[in-house]
Write a protein that binds this ligand. Sequence first.
Ligand code: HEC
Ligand code: HEC
Ligand code: HEC
Length: 130
Amino acid sequence: MKRSLFMSLVIAALAFALAMPLYAAGKAAPANDITFKTPAGMKATKPLVKFPHKKHAALKCADCHHKKAGANEYAKCDTKGCHDNAAVKTGKDSFYAAFHSNTPHSCVGCHKAKKATNPNAPTACNKCHA
Ligand code: HEC
Ligand code: HEC
Ligand code: HEC
């Protein structure tokens, strides 16, 4: 009993030590397109959006990723307690609003704001839901 507890502690310490450099160096941005999924229980009514992360490399990570107290900065948008409310179209917890609201963090909000300088940033429904 005692020995197995000791072993679990050793393993936990090792895992922590191995993971540390990853945190210290910061997470790398994904190179491939990310295909979104809708939150559990929400049926998609439109074709799922493919997000070309790489095409956004000129922006700051914090233009999109933002930390909620205690959560992983690069957690998925629909992480529990974040933008995971599939029932409403407005408000901070709304899944829909996270991508379409007029705030600069949302896909459509930022694309509209940058339309003049970045005409490639899509704002038409079928350009994202393709
Ligand atoms: C800049 C990209 C972008 C544009 C433009 C856009 N959307 Fe979305 N939309 C998203 C993302 C990202 C999601 C969440 C992931 C998913 O559902 O694929 C989403 C989700 C949705 C959802 C919830 C999921 C579903 O399939 O039912 C609806 C409804 C929706 N969008 C409707 C629209 C409509 C209507 C328009 C045009 C007025 C529009 N969107 C324009 C990116 C976009
Ligand atoms: C234009 C907005 C935007 C910018 C800028 C951005 N990201 Fe992302 N990133 C996203 C979105 C959207 C996702 C997908 C979230 C989801 O799946 O719910 C994502 C996903 C990720 C993931 C998780 C991949 C996975 O599959 O779990 C990591 C890690 C990440 N980004 C790191 C970064 C880093 C590091 C930077 C800065 C160098 C950065 N991102 C800049 C929007 C952005
Ligand atoms: C903070 C600003 C910002 C946010 C947030 C943002 N984008 Fe963009 N997006 C841009 C800019 C700027 C471009 C134009 C890049 C270029 O022209 O090279 C762009 C371009 C694109 C393109 C076109 C790429 C191409 O083929 O040229 C797609 C698709 C796209 N964004 C999807 C999304 C989706 C989906 C989201 C939300 C998950 C999102 N973006 C969030 C700023 C943003």
